[in-house]
Design a protein around this ligand. Sequence first.
Ligand code: GLA
Length: 391
Amino acid sequence: MSSSGLATTCRTAVTTALAGLCTAFSMAAPPPAPSPFGTTKEGVPVHLYTLTNRNGMKAEITNYGATVVRLLVPDRSGKLDDVVLGFPALDGYTSDAFRKSNPYFGAIVGRFGNRIAHAAFTLEGKTYQLAANNTPGGLPCSLHGGSKGFDQVVWEATQVTRKGADSLEMRYVSKDGEEGYPGTLEVTVSFSLTASNDLKIQYLAKTDKATPVNLTHHGYFNLRGEGQGDILGHQLTLKASHFTPVDKGLIPTGKLLPVKGTPFDFLAPHTIGERIAAVEEQLGFGGGYDHNWVIDRKKKGLALAASVVEPASGRTMDVFTTEPGIQFYAGNFLDGTLTGKGGQAYPKRSGFCLETQHYPDSPNQPSFPSTILKPGQTYRTTTVYHFGVKR
Ligand code: GLA
């Protein structure tokens, strides 16, 4: 036998033996190769990575913005539907129309998720000026990391298998001074799709100078299926006895208000639509729900923050997190000008967000839990979106 023939025979034997071993030890097959998703305006190609589990669930995630593009989840009869808003290709996320309304579909937002008042904060005696990229109520602030936040950068992706689950590790290094923030921040966000229908997101960051950090996932969910109308019939429970009321610029006043007796009380389930149109100052400021709830927790670690039931499909989603707060945003700013993956327009309230986080404007609010990460410390948070069905 020639040497190349021998090499081929050896390779085949090794591959067969490995496949046999995988079967014998019920190990997961290697993850599918990523597919092209488009090329950024700077000429960088980005990809779409697929995570699957044994129940048919599938998450498709691009390394542009570490964005969850599709999330296929079974309903009570086992039918899979895509339950997140998004676009079929990169150009949807970079289009002028998308950038103008800036809904952050499915992305990881950072370095600081949600708002910082007056687009400035003072840390260790120095004032840092950020881009004022948002002006609710006519009041300028910095939103979701500034003009080019983590939702618009290309992350380095590595597919791995973690505890038997398909996982994707996304890494991004935000340079010292990027978007006005101090310190080089090394960020890793890991997505795992587990056999128990959990989409688990783990966040890790390290810095070389003190800096505010607040990372979250900005997925828009519609458990009936994306493009299938509004989310007003979804039943929501929030494990929170208090929320952080805002001013007309959607900046927290610094108070924690009891939800009791207000449309913000979701301690028992209510449909999102039931009280959203109530004449109430806070709902007026947000144009509906767009607030941070203070999660009731007895100890540190993962706690149940929110539960959602969609009665028609039977799909349910539970959100567990290590974070102290959760922003429930009812998609009030969607206006039907964007058309999604299934060819359907996304009108007002066609998706809702449950963004686990530290409270908005924490860098300017000494009474809120600190968001300052210092050199030598590790930022570590976890959020789990668990999917199920109610029969
Ligand atoms: C967050 C904010 C909202 C809105 C969306 C993006 O949820 O709280 O006010 O800016 O992001 O459109």
